[in-house]
Design a binder for this molecule. Structure first.
Ligand code: ACO
Length: 324
């Protein structure tokens, strides 16, 4: 018998306020055409004043738990990916744990920026398949609008706020690729690229939260190469090929990165879930937001083979193969 971490539910939450490209035209020197042509983004959601990452995460978690048909108290592990926590400490995960009325098990944050959800899923999977925990809530939640420099047109047009969550349950499988659950994960990082994408503040340096800084072209170039490499590694480790994948759910950074990666790997564009046009880049929240959207609209179904990939600040990057 092999233990597998099976997705039994998912959910998402987006703040009410929508900021369109035309709205951003009034803030910085940009145009709707430029943003759409370079990124595919048309609009993004922005958290209301006082609406924190843990609030978005809690709403997404409640929906995922309801979708799973279990109780919040059935959860014994919460792994939350974010680069925009409510506080330096305690972790956003423990805030969510309290808001959900869970007083047992373990809860902690994972910080891998845009790759955060793939990292968090991998960590939760290792806990579940070890037998130490039974049901995990894996959340990606961000309020990136709070760390953007709203005078910098090269970055502020790209990001949005939101949260997505999945409930994983340890179930026994046969140990084959036909099993439901997380089948393979690959994580990578290379800290030499810090200066290409970072936030210029923190508790131990400036004592402030800081603002996001990025060399867009360099990030773009590395993203396509790193993502292709980690997906090819997933294919090599599992024997799965692009044609076997029902749904490719990439991190939603930029339409051009998504298209270029899919092209490089011969992935049929009809099998790619894209939400970046309506969500912008929501960092660690982007993959669970896309997963939940595609489950709700009936695209991702039980038994489908789903490939996730992400790349972000650090650099960090990774991929996960999941049978839904
Ligand atoms: N509106 C209008 N003009 C702009 C804007 C804007 N919002 N931003 C930059 N420009 C201008 C630049 O000033 C430059 O003008 P110049 O030629 O007069 O100097 C021109 O547009 C071209 O700028 P580039 O930076 O070369 O434009 P590029 O085609 O590379 O697109 C972009 C920029 C969209 C940021 C792209 O590099 C990109 O998507 N990079 C990936 C970044 C990313 O996705 N990061 C997310 C985090 S990491 C991750 O999630 C993978």
């Amino acid at each position: 018998m092999t233990l597998r971490s099976v997705v039994i539910g998912c959910g998402h939450y987006l703040p009410e306020r929508i900021l369109t490209n035309s709205d951003i035209e009034k803030i910085v020197d940009t145009t709707d055409d430029w943003i759409i042509e370079r990124t595919g983004i048309q609009s993004r959601h922005i958290a209301a004043e006082g609406e924190t990452t843990s609030m978005l995460a809690t709403r997404a978690a409640e929906r995922a738990i309801e979708n799973a048909g279990c109780l919040a108290t059935d959860i014994d592990l919460i792994v939350l990916a974010t680069a925009t926590p409510d506080y330096t400490f305690p972790s956003t995960a423990t805030q969510v744990q309290a808001a959900l009325g869970i007083h047992s098990g373990a809860a902690f944050d994972v910080q891998a920026v845009c790759s955060g959800f793939v990292y968090a899923l991998t960590v939760a999977d290792k806990f579940l398949i070890s037998g130490s925990h039974k049901r995990a809530l894996v959340i990606g939640a961000e309020t990136f609008s709070r760390i953007l420099d709203w005078t910098d047109r090269t970055t502020c047009v790209l990001f949005g706020d939101g949260a997505g969550a999945v409930v994983l349950e340890a179930q026994s499988g046969k140990g084959t690729l036909e099993d439901r659950g997380v089948l393979n994960t690959v994580l990578r990082s290379d800290g030499r690229h810090r200066d290409k994408l970072y936030v210029d503040g923190g508790p131990s340096t400036t004592g402030t939260s800081g603002h996001l800084r990025m060399e867009g072209r360099e990030v773009f170039r590395h993203a396509v190469t790193c993502l292709a490499e980690v997906i090819e590694e997933t294919f090599a480790q599992t024997g799965v090929s692009a044609q076997d994948i029902q749904w490719f759910v990439p991190h939603q950074a930029n339409r051009r990165i998504i298209d270029a990666t899919a092209r490089k790997l011969n992935i049929d564009p009809a099998h790619v879930v894209v939400t970046v046009e309506k969500h912008g880049n929501t960092s660690a929240a982007s993959i669970p937001l896309a997963l939940s959207t595609a489950c709700q609209d009936g695209r991702i179904k039980r038994g489908d083979l789903v490939l996730l990939e992400a790349m972000g600040g650090g650099f960090t990057w990774g991929a996960a193969l999941v049978r839904w």
